[in-house]
Write a protein that binds this ligand. Sequence first.
Ligand code: GLY
Length: 344
Amino acid sequence: MKNINVKTSKPYEVRVGKGLLENIAREISDLKKPEKCMIISDDIVFSLYGERVKKSLTEAGYTVYEAVFPHGEESKNMETALSLLTACFEAGLTRSDFIIALGGGIVGDVCGFVSSIYLRGIDFIQIPTTLLAAIDSSVGGKTGVNTDYGKNLIGAFHQPVRVLCDTDTFNTLPYDIYTAGICEALKYGVIRDGDLFYAIGNGDIEDIVCRCVQIKADIVENDEFDHGERQLLNFGHTLGHSIEALSNFEISHGHAVGLGMLIMTRACENRGLCEKGISNEIEKALKSFEIDTDISYTAKELASFAMSDKKRKGNKITLVIPEKMGKCVLHTISTDNLEEFISL
Ligand code: GLY
């Protein structure tokens, strides 16, 4: 097992290894006394791992409650958040108790949000069960739910008190969900670490997760509340969100980010902002994970959806521009110029 320390305003440890789920109680014994805890999960993940986590905690003397909601993006809303808050009140959770998010990014984000507002904030532990959640959403404290106006538009910064990533859980992931996580891993390679980019797919997954989490920790420590450097983590996301929406969410978030990185890198190469050949490297990597890189959306379509991006400030949008493998910079342009910028 490997540990990464995230030194945010409330520091915490990310533990990455095999077989952690069987020993959850041991992994949190230094942190939380055997009091009440609420496991929040979705139906699929709970059916796979819920009993294992419950057993470990119950045997160690914790009083365990569970709140399980239907899987999928449709559940990531205020209604679900309210039903989870109700479950916490019914269980009588107090501020010395805690919540566990057992699942992928949706579970982690909703659960984190509920934890941030229940009694004005209660401890929560992230147990990510997808690669994407392990290397991105479980670390850094961004929590939230979707609204009819867009994704993650209601939320709060609320750091977990620990992240426990059992890499054995990746064994049950469908291939496309696994490769959605791979796209985020490739993102870390392009923004910070060229060696990591080329190790993905060859290296040991535990090592890949740790390297990605370390990059995220370094960035979040410098800019916890997303005013500057943290925006580098949005590489591929502005166009990615457009691709997700244009495809009616047929293309998953992770794959859309991969395609967003590709389009942005091509545009930057054409403008002489990025070393030539990087977009080919990205395309080759995506294809090696069977991700379809043929994108039929026009620059106009991609740009119009980007207008609803919550990262937009007035008529300005900050793009993440790759300069070479392992180095990206921020570049703010007027939203009126986005279509022209990404026209190939
Ligand atoms: N997922 C991007 C961030 O945490 O800032």
